[in-house]
Design a protein around this ligand. Sequence first.
Ligand code: HPA
Length: 283
Amino acid sequence: MRTYSFAEYQDAADVIKNRINITPEIGLVLGSGLGQLADEVEGVEPGSDPVVIAYKDIPGWPASTVFGHKGRLVIGKLGGRNVIVQQGRAHFYEGYSMQEVTFAVRVMKLLGVKTLVVTNAAGGLNVFFHPGDVMLITDHIGFAGMAGNNPLCGPNMEEFGTRFPDMSQAYDREYIKLAKAAAVKTDVALQSGVYVWLSGPSFETPAEVRMLRAVGADAVGMSTVPEVIVARHCGMRVLGFSGITNKNTDNGEIETTHQEVMEAANIIGPKIIAILKEILPKL
Ligand code: HPA
């Protein structure tokens, strides 16, 4: 199983530092089909291009194998802030270790990132959610982590944080308020709720949908929670959005396909971009 030493996180951060002349303050992780936000990033000089670094050029960085994920970092200005955008992420179901899945977060920490904005494509469990909706993540259930795949399992890296990190406010309460206000201002209907993380890659059975609803989950996906756990461990503040790409039914009446996930993401992308542009200056 691939794990990393502190020096390996530093090596990756150094390669990135050598290519940029800003300190990124905000890290953004873009989920399936939400990559278009990276196109909005500008270079440091007005009108210039951002710095783009392919994952394959960074030592230790896992490549994303999922269709719809680009596999590169875009670093520059967005909403007046210095940002580093992760266009494509590694998932546990691709066969990566939890350390590989969360590698980017620790590298961002070493680059100076204080706030992590996570986005994902998710299935709607809440019966009031519809494909195309955006859900503000107010809390999570780390199902796969609870079942033994918590990214912090193994020796604790004191350089990043404490052995037993608190998760009582994984999603920053002030950011939640700001996001709700930003949604009103930009006229985007914003749902909010609990995101549950399963390893995937198979979608849920009707019985699993019933179970997940019963434990209080509103949306289900295959990412995000590992990154949030590692971000909180190293003291970053977190803001999260799920794009609801499909409806999960408890009777097996509707099939779920990757195609529909990607199509709905095209509707969701502009909504999340609108909220983020409004909120970034305030984070
Ligand atoms: N289940 C799990 N992950 C997902 C889904 C889903 O229905 N839709 C998008 N990602």
